[in-house]
Every structure is written in C-alpha cells, then in structure tokens.
Design a protein around this ligand. Structure first.
Ligand SMILES: [Zn+2]
Length: 254
C-alpha cells in the first residue's frame, strides 16, 4: 500500500497518513505529455493534478494572441487546486512543458475531501501562497533584469525541475517563458551558443556549461533554489513511485 511519504509529489508526501488515505482511493496515475493542455483558461477545472516530476507551465493569454508563462509547477505543487477548490474557472491555462507522470483526482472528489481534511486545505493554501511569492519575484525579475540573464536563469530552473540537461524548447516556448519577442530569443540563444554555454538545434536545447549559465544568470537564480522557509513542506520524499507499482489506481485512458 502506498503511503503519503512514498508519494513523489511533495505536497502529497507532506500530508498526514489519515488525510492521504482519504485521497488515495480516488487518485489515478496519469502521463504528462509534452505540449499537453491540462487546463484551458476560462474553462472549469475537471481534475486536480499532483505532478511527480516534469514541468507544467501556467499561461496567461492576452487579447492580441500572445501567450506568456506566468508560473511553473513541478513535483512541489498542484495543478488546478485553487480553481477546483471553489468550483471556479481557471484564469490561466496549464500546459506540460517537460513530460512526466502525476497523480490525478476528479475535481468533485477533491472538493469533498478538502472539506474533510484541514491538513489538505492548509497544504493548498501554502502552495498558493508560495506561488504568489514566486509570481511577485518573477514580476520584479521581468522588470529589472536583461533577457539574457533571465533566459540563463530560466534554463537553470528548467534543468533543476526536469532533472535533465536536455529538453525540447522551441524559440516560441522560450519567448513565452520570458514574455519577449521571438527575435530577442533568437539573438540571446545565439549568443549563449557562441559562448559555449548551450547547444541549440531544431528545437532541442542542451545545457553545456552550468557554471557559465549561473555566472550570467540574474540574482533571481538563487531564489529559485531556496524554498521560502514558511512554505517548506516537510517529509518531501525522493522515493520512486512508478505508476506500475500503484496497484490501487487506474491509468487514465490515453
Ligand atoms: Zn531576475
């Protein structure tokens, strides 16, 4: 039987066993595939997703058609939790930027269990607070730091979250991440490649020189690596939890 502390999702891993046991019968293992839209902006949230890994981007869409990444969610967070909690439409979209696996639960079941579990509600509030703090920091970063420094920072953040030096990352995606024009990304990525920090070809990004990227990154890089103390979730488990071992959950239809 899977216990909360064996969950690869930090938020689930931090729940008391009794609270996790309320969720467990309703959790199913799902794949997070590159480019998959998990939530559409303005649409009701039908399922709440706890990533085991990978990167989920939250995206704001502007009237002129631009899409800008306004947050990232990994194994330390939850996708759709806040909107599902209040049975509200999500103001932002959520898209998988690096593949992984996750535990998912129908929004209706999730709401019922939150009513029964103060610990789960508290974990959701802490997650929301942490995301607000991150969003404030990103707003300051966007206003104050150069596109090159921000791209270096975001590549390092993506590497940490994905656990990989290589990832699919088109120039359009990088432009979304930084909220800049594609031409700007083209110039900056070319410069980083010329300096031997990255290798970039046909939409695949490989990080070659981590230390070099750290030196060129803005100061916000250090904030990415240090969780805010009040929000730190204890008992974050590093234990693997392959979907094949989750005998009590169903794999979602592909
Ligand atoms: Zn910055």
């Amino acid at each position: 039987m899977v216990t909360s502390r064996q969950s690869p999702n930090d938020l689930l891993a931090a729940l008391p066993s009794a609270d996790f046991d309320l969720l467990r019968p309703h959790l199913r293992a799902v794949e997070l595939n590159f480019g998959q839209m998990l939530i559409e902006a303005g649409a009701p949230v039908r399922q709440v997703i706890f990533p085991h890994g990978g990167i989920v981007s939250t995206l704001a869409r502007l009237r002129r058609g631009e899409t800008i990444e306004v947050g990232v969610i990994g194994r330390d967070g939850v996708v759709g939790g806040s909107a599902a909690l209040y049975d509200a439409a999500s103001p932002s979209a959520a898209m998988v930027r690096f593949p992984g696996t996750a535990s998912a639960i129908d929004a209706g079941h999730f709401r019922t269990i939150v009513e029964l579990s103060p610990a789960l509600r508290d974990a959701l509030m802490r997650d929301l607070s942490r995301r607000v703090t991150k969003a404030e920091q990103v707003a300051a970063c966007n206003a104050a730091h150069s596109a090159e420094a921000r791209l270096c920072r975001r590549l390092l953040q993506s590497r940490d979250m994905a656990g990989s030096d290589s990832m699919l990352l088109s120039q359009d995606l990088m432009a979304q991440m930084l909220g800049v024009k594609r031409n700007t990304i083209s110039l900056v990525a070319h410069a980083l490649q010329q300096q031997g920090l990255i290798r970039y070809s046909r939409g695949r990004m490989a990080i070659i020189d981590v230390d070099g990227l750290v030196r060129r990154s803005c100061e916000c890089h250090s904030a990415d690596r240090i969780p805010a103390a009040p929000m730190a979730l204890p008992h974050a488990s590093a234990l693997p939890w392959p979907a094949s071992e989750v005998g009590l959950v169903q794999r979602s239809p592909s």
